[in-house]
Design a protein around this ligand. Sequence first.
Ligand SMILES: Cc1cc2nc3c(=O)[nH]c(=O)nc-3n(C[C@H](O)[C@H](O)[C@H](O)COP(=O)(O)OP(=O)(O)OC[C@H]3O[C@@H](n4cnc5c(N)ncnc54)[C@H](O)[C@@H]3O)c2cc1C
Length: 481
Amino acid sequence: MSTDATTDHPPTLIGRLTAQVDCPVVAPTDRGYDAARLGWNRTVTMSPDAVAMTNDRGDVQAALRTARELGVPLHVQATGHGTLTSATSGLLINLSSMNDVHIDTERMLATVGPGATWNDVNRASATHGLGSLSGRCATVGVTGYTLGGGSGWLSRTYGYAADSALEAEIVTATGDIVTVDRHRHADLHWAIRGGGGNFGIVTSLTFRLFPARRVFAGMSFYPVERAADIFRAYRDWSLDEPDGMNTAVLLMRLPPAPAIPAAARGRQVVALRAFALCDEREGRNQLDAVLKVAGPALHDGFAERDFAEASAATNGPDAPPMPHRQLVHLFDSVDDDLIDQVVNGEGRAAGAPYAFIELRHWGGAMAETTSDSGPAGHRSTPYSILAVAPYLTPDRSAVDTQVDRLDRLCHSRATGGSFLTLLTRPELTATAFTDRHFGMLREIKSRWDPDDILQPSHHIPPLHTYSSPSHAPSIKTSTEE
Ligand SMILES: Cc1cc2nc3c(=O)[nH]c(=O)nc-3n(C[C@H](O)[C@H](O)[C@H](O)COP(=O)(O)OP(=O)(O)OC[C@H]3O[C@@H](n4cnc5c(N)ncnc54)[C@H](O)[C@@H]3O)c2cc1C
């Protein structure tokens, strides 16, 4: 496929596209262009020659075939939360209008269009006492999140979102429509449960929901002076964390926004997050050892809530799209020295740029492998450190210097593995998989997209085009399944 944008590409593309699809086609000169193309991380610029605002699978099929026939680069976006690489040409298929949600309460299943967000699902399912494997931010797209693995509020209890994906309708790279599940095109069904958007464009996804009428959940804030003690207490407590608990501890700099509790507003604080399918008394009992060390809270945010409210309360107010840096590392263990250097050394250093640095305990159901598991995740890895640093001024060098230092510190102690939906460095895509799974994904890519039409930010190339060793740095956990 040619990636050259010749001068007559845009008019040819827009003309052909308009003739082929029934949906709006947005050109760079149109008023709706920015809304149709922009992603969440504003360091990335998605500037296609045309955007097809698809309304149904027929539009997706026609748009993909048009891009293929013209040999222009093809991009796919639902919400833009996972758009990590800039583009200066080609066709963007924007799926956001295809946001239907159907809840089957009897079978506890949801079937969604590819533009549905977790907000759409959680609002629809919570009224039936059902919860999902959604994560931190409910404006994230269900399909993009699930295709990349998806680690959410109930993942220690029920596994990755990808583990719950039972059936998908897919427009393949050749423009055919197939339905995949564990019996039909089982290879493709396996690959899309962790391998991202490399294997086709999903136009419908069916996945499990879980009973979650009342949830013990929320986020409590503590003075930053107790940060290292609380992180250590959390690490020690997590060694025996019940699978029913889903938790994390964060060093957070909260904005001076009215939505933030007054005692924590505009301050750097420690936050403890918890999400569990139990009542409040049980939840607080489970957390007792950490709460004792944490001491009096600046704001106690734990309560029993329905699923949608619990998700919002545990995340806190949604941050707006912004330019930022994110890093994630996985760890087999987190010792006192690492906590001290990350929390006191980097996180609390003068001018530290982090919106948050999170230590999360994984494991539980995420660590379980069955014969049906997809390629998502390094299942045996128990801890992650995730940090997000916004660029608040045009000069990014001061932020980069500090984030690079934290990155080097974490890298020196980490496994070298990663988790696809949290990884923001496309050149490290291979580190999200075991060597065996990455090889299998490339084989399946060769079968379903040999011409490499679909090149998402986390690109998995077909076997014959892969040569650069920089795409596949060695992973210390490479032998795990
Ligand atoms: C604020 C924030 C919070 C987050 N919280 C979590 C979290 O708690 N847990 C977690 O695991 N991840 C989390 N993520 C990461 C998120 O899951 C990924 O960025 C995910 O890829 C977003 O999917 P999307 O559809 O919203 O984004 P998009 O940018 O629209 O899509 C992301 C990728 O998926 C592909 N894609 C999307 N839809 C389809 C489709 N229908 N068919 C084929 N390919 C498709 C696109 O090609 C693109 O490469 C978070 C991200 C942000 C920005």
